[in-house]
Write a protein that binds this ligand. Structure first.
Ligand code: ADP
Ligand code: MG
Length: 300
Protein backbone atom coordinates (compact mmCIF):
# COMPACT_ATOMS: atom_id res chain seq x y z
CA UNK A 1 0.00 0.00 0.00
CA UNK A 2 1.29 3.47 -0.88
CA UNK A 3 1.92 5.86 1.95
CA UNK A 4 0.06 9.12 1.95
CA UNK A 5 3.36 10.91 1.34
CA UNK A 6 4.08 8.81 -1.74
CA UNK A 7 0.70 9.60 -3.21
CA UNK A 8 1.30 13.29 -2.54
CA UNK A 9 4.71 13.08 -4.17
CA UNK A 10 3.32 11.31 -7.23
CA UNK A 11 0.58 13.89 -7.53
CA UNK A 12 3.02 16.74 -7.05
CA UNK A 13 5.25 15.36 -9.78
CA UNK A 14 2.30 15.02 -12.11
CA UNK A 15 1.14 18.54 -11.30
CA UNK A 16 4.61 19.90 -11.96
CA UNK A 17 4.87 18.05 -15.25
CA UNK A 18 1.55 19.10 -16.60
CA UNK A 19 2.25 22.71 -15.57
CA UNK A 20 5.66 22.62 -17.23
CA UNK A 21 4.15 21.09 -20.37
CA UNK A 22 1.59 23.87 -20.50
CA UNK A 23 4.36 26.47 -20.01
CA UNK A 24 6.05 25.22 -23.17
CA UNK A 25 3.62 27.67 -24.74
CA UNK A 26 5.49 30.92 -24.03
CA UNK A 27 2.36 33.03 -24.22
CA UNK A 28 0.58 30.84 -21.68
CA UNK A 29 3.62 31.10 -19.43
CA UNK A 30 3.63 34.86 -19.65
CA UNK A 31 -0.12 34.93 -18.99
CA UNK A 32 0.15 32.93 -15.75
CA UNK A 33 3.35 34.52 -14.45
CA UNK A 34 1.87 37.96 -15.00
CA UNK A 35 -0.75 37.00 -12.43
CA UNK A 36 1.96 37.33 -9.75
CA UNK A 37 0.85 34.16 -8.04
CA UNK A 38 3.37 31.71 -6.56
CA UNK A 39 4.34 28.89 -8.90
CA UNK A 40 3.41 26.15 -6.44
CA UNK A 41 -0.12 27.54 -6.33
CA UNK A 42 -0.36 28.04 -10.11
CA UNK A 43 0.57 24.44 -10.65
CA UNK A 44 -2.55 23.16 -8.94
CA UNK A 45 -4.76 24.90 -11.48
CA UNK A 46 -3.10 24.14 -14.82
CA UNK A 47 -6.15 22.98 -16.72
CA UNK A 48 -8.46 25.75 -15.59
CA UNK A 49 -5.68 28.31 -16.18
CA UNK A 50 -5.47 26.95 -19.71
CA UNK A 51 -9.18 27.56 -20.10
CA UNK A 52 -8.79 31.08 -18.75
CA UNK A 53 -5.90 31.64 -21.15
CA UNK A 54 -8.05 30.45 -24.11
CA UNK A 55 -10.72 32.94 -23.13
CA UNK A 56 -8.12 35.67 -22.70
CA UNK A 57 -6.87 34.97 -26.24
CA UNK A 58 -10.44 35.00 -27.60
CA UNK A 59 -10.89 38.43 -26.04
CA UNK A 60 -7.59 39.69 -27.45
CA UNK A 61 -8.78 38.68 -30.95
CA UNK A 62 -12.38 39.79 -30.40
CA UNK A 63 -14.30 40.81 -33.53
CA UNK A 64 -17.48 41.68 -31.66
CA UNK A 65 -19.94 40.21 -29.23
CA UNK A 66 -21.91 38.30 -31.84
CA UNK A 67 -18.91 36.06 -32.57
CA UNK A 68 -17.76 35.67 -28.95
CA UNK A 69 -16.18 32.23 -28.53
CA UNK A 70 -16.07 32.18 -24.74
CA UNK A 71 -18.12 29.65 -22.85
CA UNK A 72 -20.44 32.40 -21.56
CA UNK A 73 -21.04 34.95 -24.28
CA UNK A 74 -19.73 38.38 -23.21
CA UNK A 75 -17.97 36.99 -20.16
CA UNK A 76 -14.38 36.01 -19.49
CA UNK A 77 -13.02 33.51 -17.02
CA UNK A 78 -10.60 35.44 -14.82
CA UNK A 79 -8.09 34.01 -12.33
CA UNK A 80 -7.82 36.08 -9.17
CA UNK A 81 -5.18 35.70 -6.48
CA UNK A 82 -6.78 34.37 -3.32
CA UNK A 83 -3.66 33.80 -1.15
CA UNK A 84 -3.15 30.05 -1.04
CA UNK A 85 -5.78 29.43 -3.69
CA UNK A 86 -6.84 30.93 -7.01
CA UNK A 87 -10.39 32.12 -7.36
CA UNK A 88 -11.98 32.12 -10.79
CA UNK A 89 -14.69 34.59 -11.68
CA UNK A 90 -16.73 35.21 -14.81
CA UNK A 91 -16.55 38.92 -15.58
CA UNK A 92 -18.57 40.79 -18.20
CA UNK A 93 -16.23 42.19 -20.86
CA UNK A 94 -16.23 45.89 -21.72
CA UNK A 95 -18.20 45.33 -24.94
CA UNK A 96 -20.89 43.43 -23.10
CA UNK A 97 -21.01 46.06 -20.36
CA UNK A 98 -21.48 48.71 -23.03
CA UNK A 99 -24.27 46.68 -24.61
CA UNK A 100 -26.00 46.44 -21.25
CA UNK A 101 -25.78 50.17 -20.65
CA UNK A 102 -26.80 50.98 -24.25
CA UNK A 103 -29.91 48.86 -23.73
CA UNK A 104 -30.76 50.23 -20.31
CA UNK A 105 -33.36 52.57 -21.81
CA UNK A 106 -35.42 49.55 -22.91
CA UNK A 107 -36.51 49.15 -19.31
CA UNK A 108 -38.73 52.17 -19.99
CA UNK A 109 -40.75 50.10 -22.46
CA UNK A 110 -43.30 47.77 -20.98
CA UNK A 111 -44.79 45.13 -23.25
CA UNK A 112 -48.15 43.48 -22.73
CA UNK A 113 -48.57 40.42 -24.90
CA UNK A 114 -46.23 41.78 -27.54
CA UNK A 115 -43.12 40.28 -29.05
CA UNK A 116 -39.88 41.35 -27.30
CA UNK A 117 -38.38 42.11 -30.77
CA UNK A 118 -40.44 45.27 -30.97
CA UNK A 119 -38.05 46.87 -28.46
CA UNK A 120 -35.52 47.05 -31.29
CA UNK A 121 -37.74 49.17 -33.54
CA UNK A 122 -35.94 52.42 -34.26
CA UNK A 123 -36.35 55.56 -36.33
CA UNK A 124 -33.22 54.87 -38.26
CA UNK A 125 -34.63 51.55 -39.52
CA UNK A 126 -38.07 52.80 -40.49
CA UNK A 127 -38.51 52.23 -44.22
CA UNK A 128 -38.08 55.57 -45.95
CA UNK A 129 -38.81 54.20 -49.45
CA UNK A 130 -42.52 54.42 -48.78
CA UNK A 131 -43.65 58.06 -49.04
CA UNK A 132 -46.82 57.28 -47.09
CA UNK A 133 -44.73 57.01 -43.97
CA UNK A 134 -43.28 60.51 -44.28
CA UNK A 135 -46.23 62.54 -42.86
CA UNK A 136 -46.39 60.11 -39.96
CA UNK A 137 -42.69 60.46 -39.29
CA UNK A 138 -43.07 64.23 -39.46
CA UNK A 139 -45.79 63.98 -36.80
CA UNK A 140 -43.50 61.86 -34.66
CA UNK A 141 -40.82 64.55 -34.84
CA UNK A 142 -43.37 67.18 -33.78
CA UNK A 143 -44.52 64.89 -31.01
CA UNK A 144 -41.00 64.56 -29.64
CA UNK A 145 -40.34 68.31 -29.97
CA UNK A 146 -43.55 69.19 -28.13
CA UNK A 147 -43.59 66.42 -25.57
CA UNK A 148 -42.30 68.63 -22.77
CA UNK A 149 -44.84 71.41 -23.37
CA UNK A 150 -47.45 72.04 -20.68
CA UNK A 151 -50.12 70.66 -22.94
CA UNK A 152 -48.82 67.37 -24.27
CA UNK A 153 -49.25 66.68 -28.00
CA UNK A 154 -51.99 64.34 -29.16
CA UNK A 155 -51.32 60.71 -29.90
CA UNK A 156 -52.11 59.08 -33.24
CA UNK A 157 -54.89 56.76 -34.34
CA UNK A 158 -53.02 54.86 -37.04
CA UNK A 159 -55.20 52.67 -39.19
CA UNK A 160 -54.49 50.78 -42.34
CA UNK A 161 -53.75 47.49 -43.97
CA UNK A 162 -52.49 44.40 -42.23
CA UNK A 163 -48.68 44.16 -42.04
CA UNK A 164 -48.06 47.70 -43.30
CA UNK A 165 -45.83 48.49 -40.32
CA UNK A 166 -48.22 50.39 -38.04
CA UNK A 167 -47.11 48.72 -34.83
CA UNK A 168 -43.46 49.02 -35.82
CA UNK A 169 -43.81 52.75 -36.47
CA UNK A 170 -45.37 53.58 -33.12
CA UNK A 171 -42.90 51.31 -31.35
CA UNK A 172 -40.04 53.19 -32.98
CA UNK A 173 -41.43 56.46 -31.59
CA UNK A 174 -41.76 54.98 -28.10
CA UNK A 175 -38.21 53.67 -28.32
CA UNK A 176 -36.87 57.11 -29.14
CA UNK A 177 -38.78 58.55 -26.21
CA UNK A 178 -37.59 55.75 -23.94
CA UNK A 179 -34.06 56.96 -24.64
CA UNK A 180 -35.15 60.28 -23.18
CA UNK A 181 -36.36 58.51 -20.06
CA UNK A 182 -40.08 58.45 -20.89
CA UNK A 183 -41.94 55.31 -19.82
CA UNK A 184 -44.43 53.65 -22.09
CA UNK A 185 -46.60 50.58 -22.44
CA UNK A 186 -47.22 48.76 -25.72
CA UNK A 187 -50.35 46.75 -25.23
CA UNK A 188 -51.68 44.17 -27.66
CA UNK A 189 -55.25 45.10 -26.90
CA UNK A 190 -57.24 41.89 -27.70
CA UNK A 191 -54.93 39.72 -25.64
CA UNK A 192 -54.61 42.30 -22.89
CA UNK A 193 -58.38 42.10 -22.36
CA UNK A 194 -58.14 38.35 -21.91
CA UNK A 195 -55.33 38.57 -19.34
CA UNK A 196 -57.01 41.43 -17.53
CA UNK A 197 -60.19 39.40 -17.28
CA UNK A 198 -58.23 36.43 -15.98
CA UNK A 199 -56.76 38.61 -13.21
CA UNK A 200 -60.10 39.44 -11.55
CA UNK A 201 -59.10 37.58 -8.41
CA UNK A 202 -55.52 38.85 -8.34
CA UNK A 203 -53.87 42.04 -9.62
CA UNK A 204 -56.71 43.42 -11.75
CA UNK A 205 -56.71 46.90 -10.17
CA UNK A 206 -52.96 47.17 -10.34
CA UNK A 207 -52.88 46.30 -14.06
CA UNK A 208 -55.79 48.56 -14.83
CA UNK A 209 -54.38 51.57 -13.00
CA UNK A 210 -50.95 51.05 -14.44
CA UNK A 211 -52.27 51.21 -17.99
CA UNK A 212 -54.55 54.11 -17.13
CA UNK A 213 -51.67 56.23 -15.92
CA UNK A 214 -48.63 55.20 -17.96
CA UNK A 215 -47.11 58.35 -19.61
CA UNK A 216 -47.33 56.88 -23.13
CA UNK A 217 -49.78 54.19 -24.14
CA UNK A 218 -50.30 52.21 -27.30
CA UNK A 219 -53.43 50.13 -27.66
CA UNK A 220 -52.33 47.92 -30.52
CA UNK A 221 -54.88 46.39 -32.87
CA UNK A 222 -57.96 47.89 -31.33
CA UNK A 223 -61.07 46.59 -33.07
CA UNK A 224 -59.67 43.07 -33.37
CA UNK A 225 -61.04 42.13 -29.94
CA UNK A 226 -64.32 40.45 -29.15
CA UNK A 227 -66.03 43.55 -27.90
CA UNK A 228 -68.19 43.08 -24.82
CA UNK A 229 -70.05 45.54 -22.61
CA UNK A 230 -67.37 44.96 -20.01
CA UNK A 231 -64.41 45.65 -22.32
CA UNK A 232 -66.04 48.73 -23.80
CA UNK A 233 -67.71 50.27 -20.76
CA UNK A 234 -65.56 49.09 -17.86
CA UNK A 235 -62.11 48.99 -19.43
CA UNK A 236 -61.71 51.11 -22.55
CA UNK A 237 -64.13 53.87 -21.53
CA UNK A 238 -62.66 54.68 -18.11
CA UNK A 239 -59.06 54.37 -19.28
CA UNK A 240 -59.62 56.78 -22.16
CA UNK A 241 -61.67 59.12 -20.00
CA UNK A 242 -58.88 59.38 -17.43
CA UNK A 243 -56.20 59.87 -20.06
CA UNK A 244 -58.25 62.52 -21.84
CA UNK A 245 -58.94 64.47 -18.64
CA UNK A 246 -55.30 64.34 -17.65
CA UNK A 247 -53.91 64.97 -21.11
CA UNK A 248 -51.82 61.78 -21.26
CA UNK A 249 -50.75 60.83 -24.81
CA UNK A 250 -52.45 57.72 -26.14
CA UNK A 251 -51.89 55.89 -29.41
CA UNK A 252 -53.86 53.29 -31.30
CA UNK A 253 -53.26 51.04 -34.24
CA UNK A 254 -56.13 49.35 -36.00
CA UNK A 255 -57.11 47.67 -39.23
CA UNK A 256 -60.34 49.66 -38.96
CA UNK A 257 -60.99 53.27 -39.81
CA UNK A 258 -62.46 55.22 -36.94
CA UNK A 259 -65.97 54.91 -38.44
CA UNK A 260 -65.56 51.14 -38.77
CA UNK A 261 -64.32 51.00 -35.19
CA UNK A 262 -67.44 52.86 -34.07
CA UNK A 263 -69.60 50.25 -35.73
CA UNK A 264 -67.59 47.43 -34.24
CA UNK A 265 -67.81 48.93 -30.74
CA UNK A 266 -71.57 49.40 -30.95
CA UNK A 267 -72.31 45.69 -31.22
CA UNK A 268 -71.69 43.31 -28.34
CA UNK A 269 -73.21 39.96 -27.49
CA UNK A 270 -75.66 41.88 -25.27
CA UNK A 271 -77.03 43.93 -28.14
CA UNK A 272 -76.45 47.18 -30.00
CA UNK A 273 -75.60 50.42 -28.20
CA UNK A 274 -74.64 53.16 -30.60
CA UNK A 275 -74.44 55.82 -27.92
CA UNK A 276 -71.83 54.02 -25.87
CA UNK A 277 -69.76 53.35 -28.97
CA UNK A 278 -70.06 57.01 -29.94
CA UNK A 279 -68.76 58.10 -26.53
CA UNK A 280 -65.65 55.96 -26.92
CA UNK A 281 -65.04 57.32 -30.40
CA UNK A 282 -65.38 60.90 -29.13
CA UNK A 283 -62.66 60.19 -26.59
CA UNK A 284 -60.37 58.64 -29.20
CA UNK A 285 -60.91 61.69 -31.40
CA UNK A 286 -60.03 63.98 -28.52
CA UNK A 287 -56.90 62.02 -27.77
CA UNK A 288 -55.52 61.53 -31.28
CA UNK A 289 -54.86 62.72 -34.77
CA UNK A 290 -55.97 60.14 -37.34
CA UNK A 291 -53.50 58.83 -39.87
CA UNK A 292 -53.70 56.14 -42.48
CA UNK A 293 -51.01 53.70 -43.54
CA UNK A 294 -51.89 51.47 -46.44
CA UNK A 295 -48.89 49.64 -47.74
CA UNK A 296 -47.68 46.27 -48.85
CA UNK A 297 -47.65 43.53 -46.26
CA UNK A 298 -44.20 43.48 -44.69
CA UNK A 299 -44.76 40.25 -42.81
CA UNK A 300 -42.76 37.28 -43.96
P1 ADP B 1 -48.94 46.11 -38.73
O1 ADP B 1 -48.92 46.52 -37.30
O2 ADP B 1 -49.33 47.25 -39.65
O3 ADP B 1 -49.79 44.91 -39.00
P2 ADP B 1 -46.18 45.53 -38.24
O4 ADP B 1 -45.75 46.80 -37.61
O5 ADP B 1 -46.41 44.36 -37.35
O6 ADP B 1 -47.46 45.75 -39.16
O7 ADP B 1 -45.10 45.19 -39.35
C1 ADP B 1 -45.14 43.99 -40.09
C2 ADP B 1 -43.77 43.34 -40.13
O8 ADP B 1 -42.85 44.15 -40.78
C3 ADP B 1 -43.23 43.09 -38.74
O9 ADP B 1 -42.56 41.85 -38.73
C4 ADP B 1 -42.28 44.24 -38.52
O10 ADP B 1 -41.23 43.88 -37.63
C5 ADP B 1 -41.77 44.49 -39.93
N1 ADP B 1 -41.51 45.91 -40.11
C6 ADP B 1 -42.41 46.87 -40.30
N2 ADP B 1 -41.83 48.05 -40.48
C7 ADP B 1 -40.52 47.81 -40.42
C8 ADP B 1 -39.35 48.63 -40.55
N3 ADP B 1 -39.43 49.93 -40.78
N4 ADP B 1 -38.14 48.04 -40.42
C9 ADP B 1 -38.04 46.74 -40.18
N5 ADP B 1 -39.09 45.90 -40.06
C10 ADP B 1 -40.30 46.44 -40.17
MG1 MG C 1 -49.86 45.62 -35.71
Amino acid sequence: MKKINDIYNVDLTELTHSFQDACADKDFKKFVYDLNIKEEILMKYTSILEEAYEEYKNCANCKGLSTCKNSEKGYRLNPVDGGNIINFSYDACSKYQKEISDNKYKENLDLFEMNEEIKNASFKNVYKDDKLRLPIIKQFKDFIDNYNNDVKPKGIYLHGSFGSGKTYLIASLFNELAKKGIRSALVYYPEFLRTLKASFQSDYDEKFNYIKKIPLLLFDDIGAENCSNWSRDEVLGPILQYRMENNIPTFFTSNLTIDELEKSLSTTSSGVDKLKARRIIERIKQLTVQEELISKNRRN
